[in-house]
Design a protein around this ligand. Structure first.
Ligand SMILES: Nc1nc2c(ncn2[C@@H]2O[C@H](COP(=O)(O)OP(=O)(O)OP(=O)(O)O)[C@@H](O)[C@H]2O)c(=O)[nH]1
Ligand SMILES: *[C@@H]1O[C@H](CO)[C@@H](O)[C@H](O)[C@H]1NC(C)=O
Ligand SMILES: *[C@@H]1O[C@H](CO)[C@@H](O)[C@H](O)[C@H]1NC(C)=O
Ligand SMILES: [Mg+2]
Length: 446
């Protein structure tokens, strides 16, 4: 009887101590959590709403000024990889191109820095750009996470989002929390996302019905056609895009499989590149039946725009008589916006737009950009980024060469690399440019 009572008494004390300890622990850790959360709040909560807005009141209108920079940041100290010093700013430490040379391969000096902290060196006048619907939010979130983890968390470039409808609060909240640079949201004006007045609606409708019957992918879609026309002729002219010289296009649900050690924008700027790609292939003929005829008409009307050292050999097997349907896949692009805004490109786009093939067929922005790059640029202005490993359903670019894949900590399966397969045009790109194909390409031909 006595023993039993004692045991119960001891048990009560043990429970009391445990409860007290638990209470103490929980209240203390709550305190810590609050402190940590305050520390990582992006740019201080007060500036967040500001940075979510475009530089002017709306997305359209005349914005000639560059986007405002975020005010000085209260960020947790970041370890800067230069010599382990602690830096508290988000902007890169001062350092010019000479001090921090581009390290493009493991043999180059300063390649072997740890990929932590903010990358030293200059920044280009550049932004990421994504066209998206509100319903794309989780798919674009996946893409952003990949781009940030493999590259932008060390470079903090801006990101512009464009939509034919207003972006909703969730879209802005989720995307701005993921992007390490400033985010801007633009609404596309109606004139850039509708039928031009010269389009015969009846004729366009018949085409859609016919393509639907023949099961041509997106053949019956009006919005897909607006999208292709917008990406062909308008995204680079949106007020928010006028603030930049270079862009990197990112679509929903893409993957990046390797670390990006160097700044691709800098490669573009310092080597005079205007357009770049990672995947190329043959276009679906049914969607572009008369695109080459329209192109030939343009070439005849504007011989002054055709570059002397162009890439006709990439586009045509008979010196321009017919199109071989090769194009760079435009869901990935890093390019020069000033080139797209130039007279040669604009004359080409306007000539195509007049012919109506965005609606009377289903011309894609990929062949349009590619033909423009192939004819209006010199060969040396188009770049293939072997180092940027990429997937957009259903094709993969996984760098050829084990040495590269290991150095870049890639997680793609080299067997899935599309570059040297029969349906890719990348081999042709190498051939016309007289570039040696990377070691091991023969083993990936099928
Ligand atoms: N705002 C907006 N964006 C669109 C619309 N249609 C397509 N997009 C965007 O335009 C880009 C291309 O569209 P996708 O649907 O990916 O077309 P695709 O790459 O040819 O085909 P998928 O294989 O489906 O990816 C993506 O960034 C889309 O988010 C639209 O109606 N409105
Ligand atoms: C960036 O490029 C745009 C377009 O060329 C230009 O208007 C702007 O002045 C440039 N900004 C800077 C900071 O160089
Ligand atoms: C192409 O190169 C030639 C010289 O080889 C030059 O005269 C011309 O301006 C260049 N064109 C473009 C579009 O860069
Ligand atoms: Mg897509």
């Amino acid at each position: 009887m006595m023993a039993g009572g004692n045991a119960r008494y001891v048990r009560y004390i043990a429970i009391a101590i445990f409860t007290l300890a638990l209470f103490y622990f929980v209240s203390n850790s709550k305190y810590d959590a609050a402190a940590i959360r305050a520390g990582i709040t992006k740019a201080g909560g007060s500036t967040q709403t500001e940075t979510q807005q475009p530089p002017t009141d709306g997305s359209s209108g005349d914005t000639k000024q560059p986007p405002q920079q975020k005010p000085p940041q209260q960020k947790p100290p970041v370890k800067n990889n230069k010599d382990g010093e602690i830096s508290t700013t988000k902007k890169p430490p001062a350092g010019d191109a000479k001090e921090y040379p581009l390290a493009l391969s493991p043999e180059d000096p300063k390649w072997d820095v740890d990929l932590v902290g903010i990358a030293p060196g200059p920044r280009m006048n550049a932004t990421f750009v994504s066209l998206a619907r509100n319903s794309d939010v989780w798919d674009i979130a996946r893409s952003i996470r990949q781009v940030e983890d493999r590259f932008n968390r060390r470079y903090n470039y801006d990101w512009v989002f464009l939509n034919d409808k207003p972006f909703d609060a969730t879209f802005k909240k989720v995307t701005s929390s993921l992007v390490s640079g400033n985010t801007y949201y633009g609404e596309i004006p109606k004139e850039h996302w509708s039928f031009p007045e010269w389009i015969d609606q009846e004729k366009a409708k018949k085409v859609r019905e016919d393509m639907a019957e023949r099961n041509i992918i997106y053949g019956d879609s009006i919005s897909y056609r607006h999208m292709c026309r917008f990406e062909s002729g308008f995204f680079f002219r949106q007020p928010l895009m006028l603030n930049y010289e270079y862009y990197w296009r990112v679509e929903p649900s893409i993957e990046l499989y390797c670390d990006i050690h160097y700044d691709p924008f800098r490669v573009m700027a310092e080597t005079g590149k205007k357009y770049s790609f990672v995947l190329s292939l043959y276009e679906y003929v049914e969607t572009i039946k008369t695109l080459w005829d329209s192109t030939k008409k343009f070439m005849k009307n504007h011989p002054e725009h055709i570059a002397e050292d162009n890439s006709m050999g990439f586009l045509s097997d008979d010196n321009g008589d017919s199109y071989n349907h090769c194009h760079f896949w435009s869901n990935f692009e890093i390019g020069n916006l000033d080139w797209l805004r130039s007279k040669p490109y604009m004359d080409y786009f306007e000539s195509l737009d007049q012919d109506g093939g965005f609606f009377y067929e289903r011309w894609g922005d990929a062949p349009v950009h590619s033909i423009a790059a192939g004819l209006l640029l010199n060969k040396s202005e188009i770049h293939f980024f072997n180092d940027i490993a990429y997937w957009h359903v259903p094709f993969t670019h996984c760098p050829t060469g084990e040495k590269t894949r290991l150095a870049l900590q890639c997680h793609c399966n080299p067997k899935e690399n599309f570059d040297w397969k029969g349906y890719s045009c990348t081999s042709r790109f190498f051939d016309i440019n007289g570039i040696a194909k990377p070691e091991g390409y023969e083993n990936q031909q099928d």
